[in-house]
Design a protein around this ligand. Structure first.
Ligand code: TRP
Ligand code: ZN
Length: 886
């Protein structure tokens, strides 16, 4: 359902954190009766309401896009003059201090294309209530600090909807007249309305069992469309691993008899943690080797864990208001990151997470939507489910973990649950628990919650040979962001090591300290001032400092390390993150020099030192294969685009391509022999070793393909045709579509013919083509959105086409003709009335106009203006576009 606002002349209201007030009423219990029928759903909500605030406070309920049938107080139906009905509210001016409120209303879920509230996806009913979807189901106090117990009765046709689910326990069921049936669910835990869920459909189920540490049996079920049943075992496996991990690492057990997961093909985000009834985007739950890549397997494992972890961090302890979103999301992302690190390779997981942070969150934090992890204001809360709230939020929790150490962190977590179980609380409550349990002063640290922008830390070193000391001087500065200037210095945990000429870490001792009794070779420095020096003593020879080890804080670090220092770190750092980082820094520096060469018309050549260092990495048989693949993967174009403005997308693309081509030419034989060595035999397995082999093999293939020899094309085609898993199949296809060989067409067509009935695989087919950096892609994009399998109502499909084109394929999106921008403008015009949440996400690349040259700026802004002028623009897109034009 499109938003009912008819004009953009009155901008949506801005909500402020400082205006928070506790609610005047609580709803303690609610009974919902759903009558699901073709064309209309009827809802009866009976709530037990209690006054908490002033005696004259009015009861103002939220409600959107539905038809009110009746309102009754304590069983007495109200007349129209006894309440006030507005677009988004139902107000009862005079109500008793404690009473029963009964509301009946109707709407048609089949018309709901925004996918919030109750809607229909492929013939099944499902809900998405976070953040404010419940108000599209019934009139209610739809805010997270109102917590009720729910009893839910669902009635529907028994043949079309044999499975009827809601939160909690199934307490009753039976048949009704006319081939209908009903089920009653009861959830004993009080919860905010955003955690309510309902599902009705004809679904197959995978069932399993888990026994908690204290012996309680839990039934685990995954509900999917019948044809997807063979894609559920990996998610089930992941769920059980997550349950064990949370018991072992956090001491947290599951608290109900049933845990259900439902897979839905039309879904705005990844998944949703509704109490005991998690609802998932099919993309984040379905996986089998033939159709899902290793990346998909990892994402399923992480998202299943994430939603499961929310049962404690989000559901048992929830958010007081939506400004506190990072309370549950930052903490839960940190938990799922650590879970994934424990399941696979910790070093590689950290590298992957930092790549995402830099490419997406650093970009957001330097753009028009920059906001603190706890925003001060918003127009549309759906626009604040961001990489900042999630990923930077997770970095902030990680820093607390680093500053406290694992034991005190765990004591803080325990105290947090002791104090706040069953409550709706704030980020500050969380930090206070951490502080009180550990005794660590986090006063200055709290600024991470209120200050936006990526801090820039500059470090310089001076070695005093006579005194055998090394002084590191740090300066920090956080740039202005929209609405925030003059930032204060933050408390930054800076993990540092010093590496001696032999390549080994030296023991660390700060000036004025006793000699350390343990030989810790990584030291955590607390940066708190805008400028601060630390002197290490007993440094008998010149050393190379390894700074910000493990990426101990989400900052941009600028150091005076030389190219030789970085090559040394790439060869020797004991901190694998920094070893990788050194390689990335060198590569980025070289690529940016080549960008200058291109601008100046100079011939390009590859730096010998870098080439031979990469040759050593390629040839190092002792090096972990997953890590090797990470080192060989150069910084993305989007990341390189953040180094300098105006961004020269074409030169960046050309320079990066040149480096890859030159490295491959020099090391062709070695790359080919690794490719051969990584060919796994036997059946597919999602094990760290097998994943690493496929990753490295496919990185090598993409390097080899830069040579565009018929032999390597044949090799790609063979891999494509013979693959028994999607990882190898799609990697080969991607290599081929980016090449100039005309036979690629056959591969694209055979892939389509093979997979046309599998939505998630078809999404990959669209994505691979939209990412091709060739002029033809402009026309192709127009054809892709006209393709019979393209569907504007399916977020996964729309994202699969538009996402790679605007986010990865920068030469095409920023084509100087403006065709790429016009394409996105047309997409938003079509999509916004259908699904505002997705439209407002996809429009965001245009907001980076200030980083481009004058001609592109003009074109990008004109596209934003055009979108802003659309009639009936959603509040979601209005907020992004209007802020992007400031
Ligand atoms: N709470 C969900 C998560 O991160 C996020 C989510 C799922 C969501 N669907 C949504 C947020 C729709 C807003 C709108 O696990
Ligand atoms: Zn979450």
């Amino acid at each position: 359902m499109a938003d009912s606002r008819t004009s953009t002349i009155t901008p949506p209201e801005t909500k402020y954190l400082k205006d928070y007030r506790a609610p005047d009423f609580q709803i303690e219990q609610v009974t919902l009766v759903f009558d699901l029928r073709e064309g209309v759903t009827h809802v009866r909500a009976t709530s037990q309401v209690r006054r908490e605030g002033a005696a004259d406070a009015v009861l103002r309920l939220d409600g959107h896009d539905m038809t009110l049938m009746s309102v009754a107080v304590d069983g007495v139906r109200l007349t129209a003059d006894q309440y006030q009905l507005e677009d988004h509210h139902l107000t009862l001016p005079h109500v008793p201090d404690q009473f029963e409120l009964t509301i009946e209303n109707e709407f048609d879920p089949a018309q709901n294309t925004a996918l919030e509230g109750l809607y229909v996806s492929k013939g099944m009913y499902c809900t998405q209530c976070e953040a404010e979807g419940f108000r599209r189901i019934t009139y209610f106090l739809d805010q997270p600090d109102v917590m009720a117990t729910y009893r839910v009765r669902i009635e529907a046709d028994k043949t079309a909807y044999p499975v009827l689910l809601s939160n909690g326990n199934n307490i009753e069921q039976g048949d009704l007249a006319d081939g209908r049936h009903y089920v009653v669910w009861d959830d004993p835990f009080p919860k905010p309305s955003y955690l309510f869920a309902l599902v009705a459909g004809d679904l197959a189920v995978l069932e399993d069992h888990f026994t908690t540490r204290s012996g309680a049996p839990v039934t685990l079920r995954i509900f999917v469309a019948p044809e997807d049943l063979d894609k559920c075992p990996h998610a089930m496996d992941s769920l059980k691993k997550a349950m064990v991990w949370d018991e072992q690492v956090y001491g947290l057990e599951y608290d109900l008899d049933i845990f259900n997961i439902v897979a839905v093909s039309h879904f705005n985000m990844g998944a949703m943690e509704n109490k005991s009834l998690n609802i998932f985007n099919t993309k984040c739950v379905l996986a089998k080797p033939e159709t899902a890549t290793d990346g998909d397997f990892a994402a399923v494992e992480a998202v299943v864990a994430h939603e499961y972890f929310h049962n404690w961090t989000g559901n048992r302890v929830t958010c007081r208001d939506w400004f506190q979103l990072s309370l549950k999301e930052g903490l839960t992302v940190f938990r799922d990151q650590e879970f994934s690190a424990d399941m696979g390779s910790r070093a590689v997981k950290r590298i992957e997470d930092v790549r995402i942070l830099r490419q997406h969150q650093f970009a957001e934090d330097s753009g028009p939507m920059a906001h603190p992890i706890r925003p001060d204001s918003y127009m549309e809360i759906n626009n604040f489910y961001t990489v900042t709230v999630y990923e930077k939020g997770a970095e902030v929790i990680r820093m607390i973990h680093t500053l406290l150490g694992p034991e005190k962190y765990r004591q803080g977590i325990d105290l947090y649950f002791d104090r706040h179980d069953g409550q709706a609380v704030t980020c500050d409550d969380f930090v206070a628990a951490m502080e009180d349990a550990s005794g660590v002063d986090l006063r200055q640290f709290r600024l991470w919650y209120s200050q936006a922008g990526t801090p820039e830390v500059t470090v310089s070193q001076s070695y005093d040979a006579a005194a055998e000391s090394l002084t590191l001087t740090f300066r920090q500065m956080t740039p202005d962001t929209p609405g925030q200037t003059d930032k204060k210095p933050l408390h930054i945990p800076m993990a540092v090591g010093l590496i001696g000429p032999d390549g080994a870490d030296i023991p660390l001792q700060l000036d004025g300290e006793n000699a350390p009794d343990d030989v810790a070779t990584t030291r955590l420095l607390s940066l708190t001032g805008s400028e601060q020096s630390f002197t290490f003593v007993g440094v008998k020879e010149p050393v190379v400092p390894s700074l910000l080890r493990g990426f101990s804080a989400p900052v941009k670090l600028k150091s005076d390390l030389t190219a030789a220092d970085r090559l040394f770190l790439l060869a020797h750092d004991s901190d694998s993150f920094n070893r990788w980082e050194a390689g990335q820094e060198i590569a980025a520096g070289l690529i940016m020099e080549l960008v200058d060469d291109i601008a100046a018309g100079r011939p390009l050549h590859l730096d010998d030192g870098f080439s031979s260092a990469m040759g050593k990495v390629i040839g190092d048989l002792d090096l972990d294969r997953a890590f090797k693949a990470e080192v060989l993967s150069l910084p993305s174009e989007a990341t390189l685009g953040q180094y300098r403005s105006p961004v020269d997308v074409d030169a960046i693309h050309q320079a990066r391509k040149f480096v890859r081509h030159a490295l491959a030419a020099t090391h062709e034989t070695a790359l080919q022999s690794i490719y051969n060595a990584c060919q796994t035999t036997g059946f597919y397995a999602f094990t760290p070793q097998a994943v690493a082999d496929r990753r490295l093999k496919n990185v090598c293939l993409s390097y080899l393909m830069t040579q565009e020899t018929p032999a390597v094309f044949t090799q790609s085609m063979a891999q494509f045709s013979n693959a028994d898993n999607m990882t190898d199949e799609i990697a080969a296809l991607s290599c081929m579509v980016n090449s100039a060989f005309s036979e690629t067409r056959d591969a694209v067509e055979s892939f389509y013919a093979k997979w046309r009935d599998d939505d998630l695989v078809l999404d990959k087919w669209f994505s691979v083509q939209a990412a091709v950096s060739k002029p033809e892609t402009q026309d192709l994009m127009r054809r892709l959105i006209q393709h019979p399998d393209f569907d504007w109502n399916m977020p996964n499909r729309v994202r699969s086409v538009v996402g790679p084109f605007c986010g990865q394929n920068l030469t095409c999106f920023h084509d100087k003709s403006g065709r790429g921008y016009a394409f996105l403008g047309d997409v938003i015009e079509k999509l916004d009335p259908i699904n505002p949440q997705i439209a407002s996400r996809l429009v965001q690349p245009l907001g980076r106009w200030k980083y481009y040259d004058a001609d592109r700026q003009k074109l990008m802004k004109a596209t934003l203006e055009r979108i802003l002028a659309l009639p009936n623009l959603s509040e979601n897109t209005y907020e992004i576009v209007s802020k992007s034009l400031k």
